[in-house]
Design a protein around this ligand. Structure first.
Ligand code: C5P
Length: 231
């Protein structure tokens, strides 16, 4: 299996003044934690990183790691990296999820290998919050600031939060990415595209924290969890 790490985001929401994947986390660039997990996994033969422009030198010379230019969107970054993948299976992972482990990558691959009917399997966990679909209240005068109101409440029992890694049969992911670029670029994960292509994608609850670093608070939490892991 090849691991593709999407690392070309700008990280604006983190406000660290540079690409999120290279923000210091526990004394090293955030992406280093994901690279460690991929390179320690017995299921991963090599890694392709989609990096932001000007950051390829930061990863230069690492054994089993290839760096490609990221694209304008996450899906474009993954498509660029996928062009270098020659293995039967591919794991797509966000550099923004530094708590990934080698064990999780191994488990996901084993699940997919064990189900010949499946096109992919993703890390995901049940949603703890009650989720509302929210809309703008049209009764409010258009000159006023819009007011948000609840449209409906979704059935929590059916809702899972998608994470990464997401492991696919490479042929299935490649085919799923071959859609109109507007559709491809609106995708917020790869499973979405495989589902839309009629693929069968399984769910696996990692059972361990696998948070996505988006805000400065997430960065603090990830730092504490990684420090705990080292004890
Ligand atoms: O922006 P968001 O946090 O959803 O990004 C998820 C992942 O996709 C991050 O690891 C980010 O670096 C990556 N990404 C990318 N290319 C883009 C945008 C995001 O590789 N153009």
């Amino acid at each position: 299996m090849t691991a593709v790490i999407a690392a070309a985001g700008s990280g604006e929401r983190l406000g660290a003044g540079g690409p999120k994947a290279f923000v210091p986390l526990g004394g090293r660039p955030m992406i280093a934690w994901s690279l460690d997990a991929c390179l320690a996994s017995g299921s991963v033969a090599g890694v392709v990183v989609a990096a932001p422009a000007g950051f390829d030198h930061e990863l230069g010379g690492m054994e089993r790691v290839e760096v490609v230019d990221g694209g304008a969107t996450r899906a474009a970054s993954v498509a660029n990296a996928l062009a270098r993948v020659a293995t039967e299976y591919v794991a797509v992972h966000d550099a923004a999820r530094p708590l990934v482990t080698a064990g999780l990558l191994d488990d996901l691959r084993a699940i997919l290998v064990g189900d010949p009917e499946a096109d992919g399997v993703i890390a995901a966990c049940p949603i703890a919050d009650t989720v509302k679909r929210v809309r703008v209240d049209l009764r409010v005068d258009s000159t006023q600031e819009s007011t948000r109101i609840i449209g409906d409440t979704l059935d929590r029992a059916e809702l899972w939060a998608a994470q990464t890694p997401q492991v696919f049969r490479t042929a299935a992911l490649r085919a799923a990415l071959e859609v109109d670029h507007a559709v491809r670029d609106a995708a917020t994960d790869e499973a979405m595209l495989v589902e839309a292509a009629g693929g069968r994608v399984l769910i696996h609850d990692p059972g361990v924290p696998n948070l996505k670093v988006t805000t400065p608070l997430d960065l603090r939490v990830a730092e504490l969890l990684l420090a705990e892991r080292r004890l």
